[in-house]
Design a protein around this ligand. Structure first.
Ligand SMILES: [Zn+2]
Length: 206
């Protein structure tokens, strides 16, 4: 077992072998974690990139707007990249909202250097020598976004408790990218708007 603390506001990219798991613990219960996966088995989309986690395909295959225990996140080939095999939270992890990004923080009157989940995605990939030409939609772990009766997108406070965690299992060789969301203007990371670290525990590769 390898334990890594992902610092508040930061991202990381982690190579995982098929069958390997990562336990993502939310020590304070309030922190949203944006997640992506890229295939690390040579699979490509046909559009010039490696297979990547597609929230559109995930919602289509699962017939759900949420990712919950037992559901997988798909590539554009509709094949699972990883599956959520454990979840101690109330569930309903968001797939709808884009990762926070530079233009969003500009609209919130934040300085250009404000960190974002989109920026963390590209920074984390570059640290292991990879790049993507765009920012895919993210799976937003621990983030609560409901849909109202008229289709309203309802941003809610996180409902995880301190120490709650999810466990993801790689279904093929992947690069998992995680971002401890730096949002500190709106309360998506809790009513005190303080981004916090998360703790990762990787099982040994089989
Ligand atoms: Zn974010």
């Amino acid at each position: 077992m390898t334990t890594i603390t992902l610092a508040a506001r930061m991202g990381g990219a982690y190579r995982m072998k098929a069958g390997q798991t990562v336990r993502i613990e939310n020590p304070y219960g309030t922190q949203a974690v944006d997640a992506w996966a890229l295939a690390d088995d040579g699979a490509e989309t046909g559009d010039g990139t490696v297979q990547y986690s597609s929230m559109e395909h995930t919602r289509s295959v699962n017939s759900s707007i949420y990712v919950d225990k037992g559901l997988a996140v798909m590539g554009m080939d509709r094949r699972p990249l990883f599956t959520m095999v454990e979840d101690t939270t109330p569930g309903h992890h968001d797939t709808q909202l884009c990762p926070c990004n530079g233009p969003l923080y500009a609209d919130l009157d934040q300085p250009a250097e404000h960190r974002s989940c989109a920026g963390n995605f590209h920074d984390a990939l570059s640290q292991i020598g990879l790049a993507m030409p765009f920012t895919p939609a993210s799976l937003n772990l621990f983030m609560r976004v409901a849909v109202g009766p008229e289709g309203e997108v309802l941003r809610q406070l996180p409902e995880a408790r301190p120490g709650d965690h999810v466990t993801l299992r790689a279904d093929r060789d992947i690069v998992l990218v995680l971002s401890a969301c730096p949002q500190d203007v709106t309360p998506i990371n809790g009513p005190d708007c303080i981004p916090r670290e998360i703790v990762l525990q990787f099982s040994e590769a089989a």
